[in-house]
Design a binder for this molecule. Sequence first.
Ligand code: SF4
Length: 460
Amino acid sequence: MTNPPDLRPDLSRAHLTEARRPGQPTIGMVSLGCPKALVDSERILTRLRAEGYGISPDYTGADAVIVNTCGFLDSAKAESLDAIGEALRENGRVIVTGCMGADPDHIRDHHPRILAVTGPHQYEQVLDAVHAAVPPAPDPFIDLMPAAGVKLTPRHYSYLKISEGCNHHCKFCIIPAMRGRLSSRPHRAVLREAEKLVESGVKELLVISQDTSAYGVDWPRADRPQGEQPITALARDLGCLGAGQDLWVRLHYVYPYPHVRELIPLMADGLILPYLDIPFQHAHPDTLKRMARPAHAERTLDRIAEWRGLCPDITLRSTFIVGYPGETEDEFQTLLDWMDEAQLDRVGCFQYENVEGAASNALPGHVPDEVKQDRWDRFMAKAQAISEAKLAAKVGQHMDVIIDDIDEDGIATCRTKADAPEIDGNLFIDEATQGLEIGQIVRVEVDEAGEYDLWGKRTA
Ligand code: SF4
């Protein structure tokens, strides 16, 4: 499971400042879904920009609109269909791509007027569809590309996609069916992209994929580094890009393999952030077995203790599913007890939902909605209490924060190393923020804590 529901950069707008030149063909983009889809949107826009297209921030200025859809949950599919309907109403010329594009008939049944449908990662086909709808008209003297391409995230952080697809068969997930088997980008290509991003002012790289710790295991043995996993070698090289300057490297979507341990010393040495986003999904061995996930929750507790021993500052974020088919009250209680032991710093939780095509739909013992809701409420109450206690313990500590925004009242919204953008909390500085800039990393002392956020004052 890799799509936190609150991580929805739907309203993404390309960060481009140039005005539209006369006669320039212009495309709008609505990007739904997870950060991986956002990276796809950036790639498409970068290619279009390189071909001379303008990028419109609204429907009316666009000659056609691309809707990059999310098909992960049925609710996300419904939202994607709504977004396509809105683009058709507001603009009328719509090209659909992304995860839902894997089922073009379903989309055409709802919206027969769309110009074209392409599936996930079919960059060339999306470009062909755009060329057919709005022919390019390049001007080599004007259409200069920013070195890092077009970005939909703020300039100081960027998602870096290192692989596509997944070799696991978690029963609730259709990503392997939609996106195929693991296919890792070459180490040098990822590093080159990261270098360009850093040169263009990016201060934080958010490493994403469907299964980050599996990076490179699809390569022939001879192409893999000796004595360590490809992800360890990549994480070290990314961390080294920041030598002598401020660069944060954050790993997302790490599957709980034993070799994750190799990454912890890099965190302890300060090469990459001491932050692990590792979806555990559940803690009861029977539930995990029915999910087709690794089923050794006690061993996971031992591993967590070992990671904390090697890197005491490590922040652990995870996601869980409650109300999975067959989940008994006992199994759920095991999950709550496990949470007491694991004391994870950041937690997201889904109520189980059937997804068309998922093997879990056919499992017996589907849990009634009101039981799912009750379990979700109890789980979140526990997670919130743990988060609150952990944040309260930070009051008085000194730490670095990165500034994401400064509003007109001078309040700076920042994040600590324990907070990923969009999904975790914030640290706010509400005084002495004159002269600070977005993207700057500054030192603060934490002076107040809430359930999910912190407040602090500058110390240097
Ligand atoms: S590990 Fe692969 S199959 Fe399992 S939830 Fe993640 S993407 Fe889906």
